[in-house]
Ligand binder design. Structure first.
Ligand code: S3P
Length: 169
């Protein structure tokens, strides 16, 4: 196990909830890259996308990821788009064991049914958007991961599985 634990995966896969449970179990500090972006910008993710666009958001995201990857003793929940940039993935992998929370399209649809905080999913064809993004992104998550776990189950089961697998790396 490296200095940090990094959780990656699609929106709604449970990075924040599971990250908090893992941090508690390992006595690490929990940090959510989206929350740091919001604090840094003084705006919500929705406001950043609406006022400045996605490219601007990705720029802040990149610098936050660089800074988090230079720290120690963190469980880092990354935004769903972080691992798409190889520079982000490389920085995080240098200091962290990367865990991919592999969630199905149906589970994402169910979990985010009433969500209004993900700009990329505010579309009438939400199901198609999720399918397309999942197909495009899953290989990036898999590529970055040291450990992949099925994230369609409950927090306790996923957390236990991660803790078990972390002992083997
Ligand atoms: C994004 C996922 C979001 C947030 C932003 C963009 C993405 O984070 O970073 O809305 O590109 O998948 P979560 O994965 O925590 O929802």
């Amino acid at each position: 196990m490296k200095n940090n634990i990094v959780l990656c995966g699609f929106m709604g896969c449970g990075k924040t909830t599971i990250g908090k449970a893992l941090a508690k179990a390992l006595s690490f500090s929990f940090v959510d890259s989206d929350a740091v972006i919001e604090q840094t910008a003084g705006k919500t993710i929705t406001e950043i996308f609406a006022e400045h666009g996605e490219a601007y958001f990705r720029g802040i995201e990149k610098s936050i990821i660089k800074s988090l990857s230079q720290q120690k003793g963190l469980v880092i929940a990354t935004g769903g788009g972080v691992m798409l940039k190889s520079e982000n993935a490389e920085a995080l992998k240098k200091t962290g064991s990367v865990i991919f929370l592999d969630v199905s399209k149906d589970e994402v649809l169910k979990r985010l049914e009433n969500d209004t905080t993900r700009p990329l999913l505010q579309r009438p064809d939400r199901e198609n958007a999720i399918s397309e993004l999942l197909i495009k992104r899953r290989p990036c998550y898999l590529d970055a991961a040291d450990i992949t776990v099925n994230a369609d189950t409950c927090v306790e089961t996923v957390t236990e599985e991660i803790l078990k697998q972390l002992k083997n790396i």
